[in-house]
Unconditional design. Sequence first.
Length: 471
Amino acid sequence: MSRIIPTIGIECHVQLKTKTKLFSDTDNDARDASPNSKVSEIDYALPGMLPYLNKEAVRLACRAAKALNADVARFSMFDRKHYFYPDLPKGYQTSQMYNPIILEGYVELPSGTKVRVDHAHLEEDAGKQTHYSGYTLVDLNRAGTPLIEIVSAPDIHSAADARAYAEELHKLMTYADISHGDLYHGNMRFDVNISVSSDPDKLGTRVEIKNMNSFRAVEAAADYEISRQMKVIEAGEKVVQETRGWDDAKQKTIPQRSKENAKDYRYMPDADIPPVILSDEQIAEFQSGFPKMPAEYRAEFAVLGVDKSAVNVLLAERAIAEIVSEVLEKSDAAKAKKVANLIISTLGIADDSKKIKLPSVSDLITLAEMLMQGEINSNAGDKIFSELISGRENSRQIAKDENLIQVSDTGEVEKIVDEVLASEVAAKAIADIKAGEQKAIGFLVGLVMKESKGKANPAVVREVILTKLSN
């Protein structure tokens, strides 16, 4: 089995965040709409209804090309992809088979591996079917939604890299503000093509796993399918070219239908939609004001000294990466690291990071300074940060209101230390310290912290204890 090489290519359907659909002025956001309430005559394919192209979809496709390190085709056109399906009233899907709008590019994974993008094309989405035990219902709200389908080259050779590619593609599309990226509602869906071969110069028979909308599913499905195909080959049998689905409950792929080839779709040019012809000036305009991309943030955050998994948390949402970057720009790496760690620890337990209200940069810098100067301890820092993301403002005022500022005045600390050192419970620890057992100092510091109800600065407490015992 170790001699068999898996090869993976991924097709990703990305819903564009336009206000209206690709070929009509129907509302494009149907996430919370009742079935068949966001549908026009064009979506129903009523006779005589002619499509017209959404310019914003073209603009977003041009920006997607930049995110994919790809060139934009100056000439692209639409084709009809024929197949019969209940959620496709026209009997064909309007897509771009021969002249796609996005040409070759690449996606660089966090590991440094580059996955080539063969092309990406504009197309309309089909509707949605909901299956029940004895019948199926069709919802056409999604029909006509503008998509770009990003087709990778077969450059991926492990399930882990398949997941890494899907995650990075999601970041690119959301950071560039091309898609909402809501996986739950299918804003991005992944079709994973897998083959295995014992010949490094020859691909095996390809199997496609359709319509996955989570990174975990992409990795698990690829892992399962690679193993399944290897077992088929080792048993002396042939892998069948087919389309399979992913059963998340059973954690296995299941057959759906035999795989079609391009000729089965009877592609032909769409006579109702003129070619898209773009000038260099138009493309430059569409791509202007491009935001910072994940790779740029990774390079910037290298000075923070946090590990890769922590950086991934900071990059989970563009807004989070932006605010850490701004803290770094307006203060220094030490303060930015404090802020980063506060965010990482909070997002690690948050149910949904998108529900968190990010504090102002000035409040975050103030909070980091208070922690670094010993004005507050780490528990107080977490408390203040929680208050900030709940909507409160002014870190220092929160610390005062919640009585979180540490006692650092040596005179005040000495009074508490004197009381503790005079107590019976401290006597053994004092004797141990005088006998050379320095670990007992921690016990005394704990007693003082308890006596001060956690308000004394532990560094000052330790210093005062050592001074008094040395005297």
